[in-house]
Design a protein around this ligand. Structure first.
Ligand code: TYM
Length: 342
């Protein structure tokens, strides 16, 4: 069986831990909607079980999960066309994760840079779940036989591990059961940087709220954050090559390109040579035009939490219908007695 033998299926996930920001939107959500609109089967998951690898206040986790669902829908995901659900409602993820804990090797996990970053200096005090996190991520993807995984650049290493797990399982059991999924890391904004520092990633954990645009920010806040974004004193260069060594300028150009659905070359043709005093208002107008409606729609959706819960329960039932037979077959391959009835 070759990769082509698997029906194309897209899976991706986002953690409900804190605010969604422009990096999540351009690196993930916007591209989730594009995959959906191509007519491929798409599953998108709020990965609450990943979120609890670090402490989450229960009330905050519930609010963040529903707000994330609202963010998915406001970004163009249609619950009728995409399967939208939260991870903990589909037990097959954790069941498959255990299998993969037994496939993945300690050495593979120890190489994960995200674990090292998140655990920091006190790795002995990190949860076991934080260490095993990438095996659960592999389970998310492979329990659906997903073939394509749209993510931002920071998830590349986890996707490589997912591929290694699929290859090792297939090899150890002499089967071609799991597809080897393709990371889809495309477009101008696969790594959106902080607005305060062009060398660090835009992230929800940055203490400065000015470093990121949140999808819940209103129009004035979005415009202010762009106006105050760090830049250098030179005008934009006239060619892409001139962005070399100018990380803040590069970041704003990338954001513009991704928001406008343009290539970086097209942006340079339009804005090359302009001083930031001209380019920033252009970018602010564009960002407000694209992001403010999302924030308004999220607020509207959050007025009806029971509707959000209904969408997640419906998505979970549809997800389970795909996951359950794949888990059962996995157990059968491994020799688990009674697997047919799982
Ligand atoms: P998470 O929740 O940290 O981020 C969600 C998505 O947003 C992307 N992203 C960015 N893209 C561009 N620029 C940025 N500054 C930026 N910050 C975040 C991430 O790359 C990601 O695509 N482990 C995953 C969640 C996950 C998952 C999965 C993803 C769990 N299971 C299965 C794909 C498939 C994570 O923590 O993403």
């Amino acid at each position: 069986m070759t990769e082509a033998a698997f029906t194309p299926r897209v899976f991706s996930g986002i953690q409900p831990s804190g605010n969604l920001h422009l990096g999540n939107y351009l690196g993930a959500l916007k591209r989730f909607a594009e995959a959906q609109n191509k007519g491929i089967q798409t599953l998108y998951c709020m990965v609450d079980l990943h979120a609890i690898t670090v402490w989450q206040d229960p009330a905050d986790l519930a609010r963040a999960t529903r707000e994330l669902a609202a963010g998915f829908i406001a970004s163009g995901l249609d619950p009728a066309r995409s399967i939208l659900f939260n991870q903990s409602q589909v037990a097959e993820h954790t069941q498959m994760a255990w299998v993969f804990n037994c496939v993945a090797r300690m050495g593979w996990m120890q190489r994960m840079t995200q674990f090292k970053d998140k655990a920091g200096k006190n790795a002995q005090n990190a949860s076991l779940g934080l260490f095993a996190y990438p095996a659960l991520m592999a389970a998310d993807i492979l329990t659906y036989h997903a073939t394509h995984v749209p993510v931002g650049e920071d998830q590349k290493q986890h996707l490589e591990l997912t591929r290694d797990i699929a290859i090792k399982f297939n090899h150890d059991y002499g089967v071609e059961f799991f597809p080897i999924p393709e990371p889809v890391i495309e477009g101008a904004a696969t790594r959106v940087m902080s607005l305060r520092d062009g060398s660090s990633k835009m992230s929800k954990s940055d203490p400065s709220d000015m470093s990121r645009i949140n999808l819940t920010d209103d129009a004035d806040t979005i415009a202010k954050k762009i106006r105050k974004a760090k830049t250098d004193p030179e005008p934009l260069p006239s060619e892409v090559a001139g962005l070399e060594g100018r990380p803040e300028a590069r970041n704003l150009v990338n954001i513009y390109a991704a928001l406008a659905d343009m290539t970086v070359d097209q942006v340079m043709a339009e804005a090359g040579g302009k001083p930031f005093s001209e380019f920033k208002p252009m970018l602010a107008d564009l960002a407000v035009d694209r992001i403010a409606p999302i924030s308004t729609e999220m607020a509207r959706l959050m007025q009806d939490l029971s509707e959000i819960d209904r969408i997640l329960a419906d998505g979970a039932a549809r997800a389970r219908a795909i996951a359950a037979p794949i888990l059962r077959q996995t157990y059968e391959i491994m020799g688990m007695v009674g697997a047919r009835e799982v």
